[in-house]
Design a protein around this ligand. Structure first.
Ligand SMILES: Nc1nc2c(c(=O)[nH]1)N[C@H]1C(S)=C(S)[C@@H](COP(=O)(O)OP(=O)(O)OC[C@H]3O[C@@H](n4cnc5c(N)ncnc54)[C@H](O)[C@@H]3O)O[C@H]1N2
Ligand code: MOO
Ligand SMILES: [Mg+2]
Length: 395
């Protein structure tokens, strides 16, 4: 049996490189960028008019001129024109190129126009006002988005603007999720008295969907030869296998021996934690094997506490640890790290975690009443209101 800290260390030391693929940028949200995105031109690429109005040569205004004859019109999307007479003006629209020989824009709200003559109604005008200068935001070649960024809507806009219709992202691992157990029937079946419906595979599928990892699922009964035959094939075809169940001490908990017989290197089996203690973790040269204990909350918390960080490290993303303040005193006697279910809220701007009591790791209904797990260390038994501990959110 090893500690949570040791287990995490082993897991983070056995990450995989899923390599890189190119996908349409519009499909890239929540994927991990695998190239630096540079400015393909200055931002903005020309001196951009930022208000609808008139463009003048500021020197004329400085010299006391207040009325200007309209010489032309410059709309967004038309080639730059030039002001020929510095005592005239050009009507300009937001997004247009600032006309040649002008440098200052005055809003329509601040002028009156009569018979083609513009009269300025305000005294306060600054040189170069209402112009967004070429290259003010970014220069050509500047780094806009760093490699290993998790792509969001804001990155998508930048990718579009630099013409990155195809973008390099971390490839997702090929994952198979396997449930085991003779007591389990399908979601659409009516269970007999001694049976229950499978739920863990679907929680795992959904937890992986949050990471945009597609997965396949299978169910295998507690039959050792069949388990062995199927898992042998999965080990050759998938990058990651996630199991739920059959890793504890029961007569039909065949997975640890099957893994051993199939040459899966055991990296650990059992962690000093609750729930999720009998977690098995191993690997072959191509595949990482996560054998989550079958109790639903054990499978759930171990996927969040171990598979998620393993995945993020594999794709090169650093995730900051989040913490919350315990809202009430809590006692946990066993010397195990306890992943306590909590409901999160904000009090005076601080994240507060209120314990949600359930009936142990089989009580999957209690998961819907909580938002996260708070990780209480195994070196003490009494946890006081106001103390701060790491949390793992699932909402
Ligand atoms: N003698 C001991 N017994 C147990 C120990 C122990 O240390 N000594 N550990 C307990 C702990 S802790 C856990 S957690 C469970 C882990 O059991 P397994 O990983 O072997 O899982 P199973 O025996 O197959 O099932 C346990 C439980 O979970 C239900 N289950 C399994 N798969 C699913 C699924 N896909 N959907 C819904 N529910 C599922 C299953 O019906 C069982 O009730 O072992 C303890 N025992
Ligand atoms: O420690 Mo087990 O994983 O909850 O019942
Ligand atoms: Mg068992």
């Amino acid at each position: 049996m090893i500690s949570v800290k040791e287990a995490k260390k082993i897991i983070l030391n056995s990450t995989q490189n899923f390599r890189v693929e190119e996908i349409p940028f519009i499909k890239s949200v929540d994927r991990i960028l695998k190239e630096n995105i540079l400015a393909d031109r200055d931002f903005p690429p020309f001196n951009r008019v930022s208000m609808d109005g008139i463009a003048i040569d500021f020197t004329s205004f400085k010299n006391g001129q207040r009325s200007f004859k309209i010489e032309g019109i410059q709309g967004a999307g038309s080639e730059q024109i030039s002001l020929n007479n510095p005592e005239n003006c050009i009507e300009v629209m937001t997004g247009a190129v600032l006309p040649n020989n002008t440098n200052t824009v005055i809003r329509y709200e601040d002028v009156t126009i009569e018979s083609g003559i513009v009269t300025i109604n305000i005294d306060e005008i600054k040189d170069a006002q209402n112009v967004h200068p070429k290259g003010k935001d970014r220069k050509i070649g500047d780094l806009l988005i760093k490699k290993n960024t998790k792509i969001s809507a804001s990155e998508v806009g930048v990718l579009a603007t630099v013409g990155k219709s195809l973008v390099k992202v971390a490839k997702q691992p090929k994952v198979m999720i396997v449930s085991t157990g003779d007591e389990l029937v399908g979601v659409d079946e009516i269970p007999l008295e001694h049976q229950i419906r499978r739920s863990n595979v679907f929680t795992l599928v959904s937890l992986l969907e949050r990471l945009h990892i597609p997965s396949e699922t299978a169910h295998i009964t507690d039959d050792k030869p069949i388990l062995k035959q199927k898992i042998e094939r999965y080990l050759q075809e998938y990058d990651v296998l996630l199991f739920s169940g059959a890793v504890s001490k029961g007569k039909f908990d065949f997975l640890p021996e099957v893994f051993d017989e199939l040459g899966v290197e055991k990296l650990f089996h059992k962690i000093t934690q609750r729930p999720g203690k009998p977690f098995f973790y191993g690997k072959t040269s191509r595949c990482n094997v996560f054998g989550f204990p079958g109790n639903p909350i054990s499978t759930f918390v171990n996927c969040l506490a171990y598979f998620y960080p393993w995945y993020y490290k594999s794709v090169g993303v650093e995730v900051e640890e989040e913490t919350a303040i315990l809202s009430e005193d809590f006692v946990f006697k066993p010397s195990l790290t306890y992943f306590l279910q909590v409901k999160l809220s904000y009090k005076f701007g601080h994240l507060v975690a209120t314990p949600i009591t359930g009936n142990g790791s089989g009580d999957l209904a209690s998961l819907v009443n909580a938002d996260a797990f708070i990780q209480l260390p195994n070196d003490k038994n009494e946890f006081k209101s106001g103390e701060v501990f790491p949390i793992i959110r699932y909402r």
